[in-house]
Write a protein of this length. Structure first.
Length: 559
């Protein structure tokens, strides 16, 4: 156990420190991460993971992975497996403590019988619409269901028959009998069980009644000996119900603690909305690199350490707020700047022919992998020849003021190679420039002139004879509005989907990139950080995703 940690103080740690001082849980810290397997984890879940696993680690405690698999209609083994992969990617492990709410279906059922026997639960027959009508509003109390005062024996009989499958979906529910006039709507006789004749991914057809989250969660915490049950702020009003169930059952009582969820600009965090993006074809699945899911960020090339640093930077708060997505990008960029090897790639190619370079000649230049870190070591041999590819925007036939790249009569440096001068421009029948003719100065090998003359422009290149062709995917923010979940009435988040958020290019890369591996990050000189796509790349077809561009608008704004 660790006492107060001044380097990471927050209100959750202060609560735990107080519990440790008073001995409430005997000095234990045992948390749980309870994902619902109905979608992929997103960046908001990363905050919960860092809190649940990180705090337990710091206090020498344990964390359980427990799936909230109480709704078989929306759950799938695909999501179970993806959640495990994402947790491991972030660097956390649950050891042998993998549990499911479905592990407790039998004890939860027995607990429900106990509440019925105590007169604290009843079988109701109101329809969902009638239940909403009876519930009341924030300013008006609800009213009792006509079935609220059924005899205990009748409730026991009906509930057992619900389990036996006698009744159709939606015809009956089991509700807690609390207070229909409570100012907290969650306490107005909440539903504990509903009928769902659906096959469960683990229990098959053994059950046709399933517990609601509010009933299953606290009791599962209790059964596992969880001490601190952290959840996002929207569950603050559910805590009285969490406590009520545990107190009425007289079982071990964990402490629920709520923290502010992570809200990120230019994206949505609702799994329901993310599911719509997937199912309606706005994106290429849950792992589409534009999505805020952890699997998407991994596919896009975000380092897991950057995600954890971002969560640490945001911190733990009690009130909701928005965090700029540019902060996340800034941290990703900073980390990749130190770890990504430099490579040359031409994304929008324009051919250059060196007319005085010997035909058929090839030479190699040794170029460092980390030119900005002299002590880092590492280099590769890059081939050079008569015909090259350069970026189209590195040439201007009529250059604007202060343009220091290639133009007619202008001399520039080819990075780590030679000085060249543009002598002629070749155009197609529509007047589009398709080829540049230049001369090179053989005395400037390596990119410097023995006579000391200087050039202001340096451009990168790829040997046309040795280049490998690849598909490159450039991503932009998925939503044009900063807050697509907080819009005026009549507008939806889909109205602001950025249909230009994906740009696909055919590029030429230096040959070393043929050896790129999934998970490796590279800086394409002047174009940003890139990684090999784990879905579309295959032998004979290279597809690179741009992880992040080089322009750090957040850092400039907050400097």
């Amino acid at each position: 156990m660790t006492e107060e940690n001044p380097t990471k103080t927050n209100f959750i740690r202060e609560i735990i420190d107080e519990h440790n001082r008073t001995g409430r849980f005997g000095g234990r810290v045992h948390t749980r991460f309870p994902p619902e397997p109905n979608g992929y984890l997103h960046i908001g879940h990363a905050k919960a993971l860092c809190i649940d696993f990180g705090i337990a680690e710091d206090y020498g405690g344990l964390t359980n992975l427990r799936y909230d698999d109480t709704n078989p209609v929306k759950e799938d083994v695909e999501y179970v497996d993806a959640i495990k992969e994402d947790i491991h990617w972030l660097g956390f492990d649950w050891g042998d403590r993998e549990y499911y709410a479905s592990d407790y279906f039998e004890p939860l059922y027995e607990m429900a019988l106990q509440l019925i026997e105590k007169g604290l639960a009843y079988v109701d027959e109101l329809s969902p619409d009638e239940m909403r009508e009876y519930r009341g509003t924030l300013t008006e109390p609800g009213k009792n269901s006509p079935w609220r005062d059924r005899p205990i024996e009748e409730n026991l009989d009906l509930f057992k028959r619900m389990r036996d499958g006698e009744f159709p979906d939606g015809s009956k529910t089991l509700r807690a009998k609390i207070d229909m006039a409570s100012p907290n709507i969650n306490m107005r006789d909440p539903v504990m069980y509903r009928i769902l004749h659906a096959t469960h991914h683990r229990t098959g057809d053994a059950w046709c009644i399933y517990p609601m989250y509010d009933f299953a969660h606290g009791q599962s915490d209790s059964l596992e000996g969880i001490t601190h049950s952290m959840c996002s702020l929207e569950y603050e009003n559910h805590r009285p119900l969490y406590d009520w169930f545990l107190d009425q059952l007289g079982i071990f009582h964990p402490q629920q603690i709520e923290f502010a969820r992570l809200n990120l600009t230019h994206t949505v965090m609702s799994k329901r909305k993310l599911r719509r993006l997937v199912e309606e074809g706005y994106v290429d699945g849950w792992t589409d690199p534009r999505m805020p899911t952890l699997s998407a960020m991994r596919r896009r090339g975000y380092p897991s350490a950057a995600v954890r640093e971002f969560i640490d930077t945001v911190g733990v708060a009690k009130s909701d707020s928005f965090v700029e997505v540019e902060l996340l990008e800034h941290i990703v960029r900073d980390q990749l700047n130190q770890t990504a090897k430099r490579r040359m790639a031409v994304l929008e190619p324009l051919k250059v022919v060196l007319t005085n370079y010997p035909e058929g000649q090839v030479e190699f230049f040794e170029i460092p992998d980390f030119p900005h870190i002299p002590d880092a070591g590492g280099a590769r041999q890059v081939p050079f020849g008569r015909e090259l590819w350069i970026e189209r925007d590195d040439f201007a036939e009529v250059p604007p003021p202060k343009y220091h790249r290639l133009s007619p009569g202008k001399e520039v440096r080819l990075m780590n190679a030679y000085f060249i001068t543009c002598t002629n421009v070749v155009k197609d029948h529509e007047g589009k420039v398709i080829e540049i003719h230049c001369t090179y100065d053989p005395d400037t090998q390596g990119g410097s002139a023995p006579d000391g003359r200087k050039v202001k422009g340096t451009i990168h290149w790829v040997s046309a004879a040795h280049a490998i062709e690849a598909e490159v995917r450039i991503y932009d923010q998925m939503f044009l509005d900063q807050h697509p979940e907080d819009l005026p009435e009549g507008e939806t988040f889909l109205d602001y989907f950025n249909h230009d958020s994906l740009q696909v290019l055919r590029a030429y890369l230096e040959p070393d990139l043929a050896n790129a591996k999934i998970g490796e990050a590279y800086q394409f000189v002047r174009d940003g950080y890139f990684t090999l796509d784990s879905v579309h790349s295959q032998p004979g077809k290279l597809v690179f995703n741009r992880t992040i561009g080089l322009v750090d608008s957040w850092a400039k704004l907050h400097k």
